[in-house]
Write a protein that binds this ligand. Structure first.
Ligand SMILES: Nc1ncnc2c1ncn2[C@@H]1O[C@H](COP(=O)(O)OP(=O)(O)O)[C@@H](O)[C@H]1O
Ligand SMILES: Cc1ncc(COP(=O)(O)O)c(N)n1
Length: 262
């Protein structure tokens, strides 16, 4: 059977644990055909980000238009956007209804703590998102207040929906909790707390990218959003378990996207 087509609009990670490279691995692992539009090149490894080099906006739109002209794209995710101009160019395609099942990962900071985006940039795209997937720190930046407990995650998910996204998942990967990694999903009518077992590992580079990419695949396959989010959470947890003893690079290493440990 022909696989469903999904699209990532994101930045390149030279270390290949996050960004476009992670997205394409997730797409392939979950049996979809991944297409990719590059917004920026990062010089990056597991230790940190040495540089972010955005592409000109017309180079981004030329890629988007080339993909959309030829493929029946079923779902789209965005990661690093690079500049306000790129965000506006992508938002224009979204406004024209060309980016179905849009999952916006409002990337602002890398796991290694480096700045990869700005609030004013991601805010241009959030109104068009079917699902937004900020992590705790991104939710703090977008709302301008502390998000430091489970109930804060829940409130943040609900409040961020007023910026436009139909569904919001605030991920709590870095909330201090030894037993669980909990996310909060706003469904449009209520908040659902999604607990999952916490994997004891330092190899968490690319968790957020992989999570949003997996949501996009499942939406492309026809899942409802809550179903897609639950699936993605389990997928990421499995990929964290698989890579917990890997030693790739000297910092926070990448995930086992293909389930090689099994
Ligand atoms: N150590 C962990 N064990 C289990 N799940 C995790 C762990 N770290 C992150 N996750 C999950 O990975 C997904 C991405 O979340 P998060 O790590 O917060 O994103 P980001 O990489 O953007 O900071 C969420 O579903 C979160 O609960
Ligand atoms: C190009 C690029 N995009 C996104 C991230 C965020 O990574 P994470 O998923 O670990 O938050 C990254 N480090 N690099």
């Amino acid at each position: 059977m022909t696989p469903p087509v999904v699209l990532t609009i994101a930045g390149s990670d030279s270390g290949a644990g996050a960004g476009i490279q992670a997205d394409l691995k997730v797409f392939a692992a979950l049996r979809s055909y991944g297409t990719s539009v590059l917004t920026a090149v990062t010089a990056q490894n597991t230790l940190g980000v040495a540089g972010v080099f955005p592409l000109p906006p017309d180079v981004v739109t030329a890629q988007v238009d080339a993909v959309l002209a030829d493929f029946a794209v079923r779902a789209v995710k965005t990661g690093v956007l690079g500049t306000p101009e790129i965000a506006s160019a992508v938002a224009e395609r979204a406004r024209d209804g060309l980016l179905p099942n849009l999952v916006v990962d409002p990337v602002l900071v890398s796991t290694s703590g480096h700045r990869l985006g700005a609030v004013a940039v991601v805010e241009r795209l959030l109104p068009y998102a079917m699902v937004a997937t900020p992590n705790r720190a991104e939710a703090e930046a977008l709302l301008g207040r502390r998000v430091s407990s489970r109930s804060d995650l829940a409130d943040a998910a609900r409040d961020l929906a007023s910026g436009g996204p139909r569904y919001v998942v605030v991920t709590g990967g870095d909330l201090p909790d030894e037993a669980e990694s909990v996310d909060a999903l706003w469904t449009g009518t209520e908040v659902q707390l999604l607990p999952g077992p916490r994997v004891a590992t330092g190899n968490t580079h690319g968790t957020g990218c992989s999570f949003s990419a997996a949501i996009a695949v499942r939406l492309g396959l026809g899942d409802a959003v809550p179903q897609a989010v639950r699936f993605a959470k389990e997928y990421v947890a499995g990929a964290l378990v698989g890579a917990r003893r890997w030693r790739l690079g000297g910092g926070s290493g990448p995930l086992d996207h293909f389930g090689w440990h099994r």
